[in-house]
Design a protein around this ligand. Sequence first.
Ligand SMILES: [Zn+2]
Length: 876
Amino acid sequence: MPAFVARARCRPLWPMVATIAFAATLPAPGLAARLDTKVVPTFQSVSLKLDAETEDYTGSTRIELRVREATPSIRFHAEEMPIQRIALTGAKGPIAVQHEIMDGAQVEVRAAQALAPGDYTLDIDFANGFGTQATGLYRMQQDGRGYLFTQFEADDAREAFPCWDEPGFKLEWQMVIEVPEKHTAVTNTPVESESVSDGWRKLVFKRTKPLPSYLLAIAAGTLERVPITGMSIPGNVVTIHGQGHLAQLAVETTPPILKALENYFGEPYPFEKLDLIAIPEYWPGAMENPGAVTYAARILLVDSQAASVSQQRTLARVTAHELSHMWFGDVVTMQWWDDLWLNESFADWLGDKIAHQVSPQFNIEVTELQASLQVMNVDARPSAQAIRQPVESTDNLMQNIGTQYNKGKAVLGMFEQWIGPEKFRTGVLQYLAAHRWGNATAADLWQALSVASGNNLSAALASFIEQPGLPLIRIEAEGGNRIRIRQQRFSNWGVEQGAQTWKVPVQLRYSDGNAVQAKTVLLDQESQSISLDIGGAPAWVLPNADQRGYYCWEVPQDMLRALATNAATILNERERVGFIGNLSALLDAGALNGGDYLFALGKFADDPQPQVISSVLSALGKVELAFVQPENEIAFAAYVRATLGPALERFGAEPRSGEDEQIRLFRPQLLEWLGDTGKDVAILEMAENLARRYVQDPHSIDAQLSGVALQLSAIRGDRALFDDYRQRFESAQVPADRNRYLGALANFRDPEIIEEALRYTLTGPLRSNELLTIPGGLVGYPPQRDRVFRWLTENYDAIGKRLPPEFMGFMPFMAGGCSAERLAKAQEFFGQPQHQAPGTTVQLAKVGDQVHDCVGLHEREGAAVAAFLDRSVGTR
Ligand SMILES: [Zn+2]
């Protein structure tokens, strides 16, 4: 699954909430121990009778088992599912058994005597209700029709039918699905046979390749299919009734991505067909079920006459991510959830590489850099956890997921760069060949990469994967062409953390003022002295060339100035983005004064590359969070307008013909900053005009501006506008329109409308996966954080009834920001046992660290920042 942040603007809190809403692996609380492997399933057929117009279903399953060691009992998973019959058959015929429901959604079947090693068959009949919160096998309705979909990762296949619901059990499956004659169904494989009798359509699907239960998928109802041509196998975009006309962009986007992946992996797509299924009510962005990839409809279905560049880019990224999983995750599966991070990091890393190759105009190599820079903030704090963690139960599987995806991706990229892309690819292919259709661990991949590169990489990789935190690399001049490179754990100012070292491939670029040289040094001790290939002392050293390394850095002040002053000529685009991220780290570490920080940011604000300015905006978000109060809001608004003025002039507020895609991608973010934080009346008026036109006809304005126009139009909007947007949200037929109107409902500033928006969150016809959109949007505006937190505490139980339980553990994020008082209230609230959904304590610790850092930064640098803002406003 991908964890994507979809909103243009990166205020410090919202990305967390967005990540939650997009990265849904949905572990159930209270899991018992893992199943043992004395008995393993070798084949399972599942027969389900599914009518999407009802709330219940029945099913039966036959599981072929191999008993490998004599045992009197067999355990499998089945969650809250009445079991009507269990029959066990051995080589000599039926064996009498009894069954008992155990903890952790397990069922134990016991025979009177131990079962001897050999082959057995288990038949189970069951009945069940469909899920209602978009997890497991669930039902949703749209326009008076019912539909059934599934989302099984991590452990919700057991809610749909009895199974061995762990990734280490890979077996062939066969689905037999009966639906009412007017419905159809889609699963992972093509239909083998189809028949109709007594008003029921019976679809027998072909056997799957060996798969774990979490990768199975079912869709049923009045579905439409739009063929995708030009792939090595057949495939369709599958939609609910009446939405097939929105499939065209997906039909065009998918074949070149699949082709590029087939080239990377050196073989055709390894499954028989590829359907992409659009689901209106869906938690993750998408899910890599082989042959039946499921997507949030808002990502897969795009009105091709009004497709914004960001929608095209998101669809390409998500598709490349999911299709990378077909090999990495599906053909070879992690042995256990402790390597989920590798599954996801690899798909994100390769997905971005492939999407960049297929659609270079999106500049994904640079745009995605900001995500790994933001993860460094989280990873720097004491509450950071190593990305590879023992997983005893799946309760806390997603607690770390933002760090896992983005840190893991950055670390893979760093090592690819170090050993070289071709050797890296050779190692990946060897790993896939060695474990084809089976399971593997991270150590197996490190082993293959070590063989391919001729170096033992295991210890270096482990130093990043199995330790929390990140290195700070410091460069000291030692005279002449010698420098000393030191490492220590990066810590924010005033935070004590234990000593720690890494084995870091440090990629240096440096110059004596004339020639520019590069060198990679494996720093495997606390410090190391090296000589540079130049005649005299370096004029500058960039310690993270091409921003490929997962570390922060510090150089002597004169070198920092030389780098900042000449950034446009000596640093490439990735390096300038990295430089800005590193400035923020230096501010956090207390190595840079707040005024100097704002001054340095200003130096990058008229950069010719939009992504560099986008990084400046992320940095300004940090300033806004820590330093902006009602008393200096006006001064900060003036600073924002002045700082972004050159960018507005360079790129324009409205699209220009023939302009670069990068500019089109960036413009909404620029306008949002100018209109919202910058309080620029001309921009607000322009947005209000655009919004009026969009409401009349979505095709009448530049698609890329639709979202930001609605957002900004809400700022000065009245109750009538709120009601209009609400009605349009409820009746929207295009998923992106629905999403945009809902997002805009969170951006009104009138206190009475905010109350109404919060009330509507729990009383309106919102889908479960939409419940966090309004509160998540409201906390993007700092003055509303207290109100949203109070709403959370007053409605905790009601929210808990609507959200899958695993999401409740993320709720402490609503207390984030820069207020020690709110943090204290959160600690009290979440200290009570009835408010401790699984994962709450871990999240509360993270929020506590974030708030302490922010409050500390405010106390330390507030005066310097205020003085800078005064001076900067005074001089205009
Ligand atoms: Zn994924």
